[in-house]
Design a protein around this ligand. Structure first.
Ligand code: NAP
Length: 315
């Protein structure tokens, strides 16, 4: 039997792509590179392989009459039109849990880097400035108040780590989480007003777009530090730049941006902001686990076995 045809919609991790190439007939970004060849191949395509940042819209889905499954290598799937996939009878899978440790580690790393100014300290030593005097004093993280916007799998992993720093922990989400003992706030503004560090770890998409706006940043205050490991869309980026430039908040650690990989020049010019190129899950170990799970979902589907990790809407 010929191997199933699948479309990869992004430049995928080699850890995922190599497994796909061995098992399937893969059309690598054909819809972008060769529309005529794509039109010829589309009627036979049964699966889409995507990354967490991929866009799979209703228009693309409409061109794939035999589509059965979209496998996302990532936990966030805000770029996938799940309703259109379901309407076509296709399921969507993602890779939750296997990346919790890495994203939580990075959140703590960005909190420490922004509070203790580690990139600036590194630049200070390299520039030979130490001999002229000490760096300005930084702010303490241990014992401070952490506000988590989102208290899901990764939010709870961040809270676990923050507890070891003696931080007091509170959170907001659309509803209080059963079995979570931390203090709940009904809005991001109310949480920010009681936080020294505000860490964002919600999904992206329409439900969280610009959830953190000028009002939330004003509530966080001039000593507050914002850390975003969620999605760039969760923050009003121009309001954030304005707040950082005017000292409305004290600093930020950012792994995600509104229009990746483009980071505004005004943001890059700010010395008290720590920037990372969306590396939340970017370790060899975790990317391998994500690739294995994303591939495992496709394998299970084509073997007629239960899916390993469908998105909640497809469970
Ligand atoms: P999860 O377990 O589904 O948790 C999501 C949390 O966000 C829940 O507590 C949810 O609570 C809350 N939430 C959802 N919509 C909200 C809203 N409108 N307002 C306030 N809170 C809201 O997801 P996860 O596995 O922890 O992953 C979270 C996100 O992290 C992913 O979707 C992805 O965007 C991001 N991420 C980033 C990286 C990176 O590389 N930086 C890596 C992995 C994941 P309610 O449903 O009660 O609101």
């Amino acid at each position: 039997m010929p191997s199933p045809s699948i479309l990869s919609v992004a430049k995928l991790s080699p850890l995922f792509a190599s497994q796909l190439d061995a098992a399937f007939s893969v059309h690598d970004r054909l819809h972008q590179t060769d529309p005529a060849a794509f039109a010829a191949a589309a009627p036979a395509i049964r699966a889409i392989a995507a990354s967490g940042e991929s866009k799979v819209d209703a228009e693309l889905i409409a061109q794939l009459p035999k589509l059965e499954i979209i496998s996302v290598m990532g936990v966030g799937y805000d770029g996938i039109d799940v309703a259109a996939a379901k309407a076509r009878g296709a399921v969507v899978t993602h890779t939750p849990n296997v990346l919790n440790d890495d994203v939580a580690d990075l959140a703590i790393g960005l909190m420490l880097s922004a509070a203790r100014q580690l990139p600036a300290a590194d630049r200070y030593v390299r520039a030979g400035s130490w001999s002229k005097g000490p760096m300005p004093l930084a702010r303490k993280m241990s014992g401070a108040r952490l506000g988590l916007v989102g208290m899901g799998r990764i939010g709870q992993a961040i809270a676990h780590r923050a507890a070891a720093f003696g931080m007091s922990i509170a959170y907001t989400s659309r509803s209080p989480k059963a079995g979570v003992a931390f203090k709940y706030f009904p809005s991001a503004t109310a949480l920010a007003a009681e936080s020294d560090f505000l860490v964002l770890i919600t999904p992206g998409g329409a439900g969280t777009r610009k959830l953190v706006n000028a009002e939330v940043l004003a509530a966080l205050g001039s000593k507050g530090i914002l850390v975003n490991v969620a999605r760039g869309s969760v923050v009003d980026e121009s309001a954030l730049i304005d707040a950082l430039e005017r000292g409305v908040i004290g600093g930020a650690g950012l792994d995600v941006f509104e229009s990746e990989p483009n980071v505004p020049e005004r943001l890059r010019a700010l010395p008290h902001v720590v920037l990372a190129p969306h590396i939340g899950s970017a370790t060899s170990q975790t990317r391998q686990a994500m690739a294995d799970l994303a591939f495992g979902n496709l394998q299970a589907h084509f073997a007629g076995k239960p899916l390993l990790s469908p998105v909640p809407e497809c469970q």
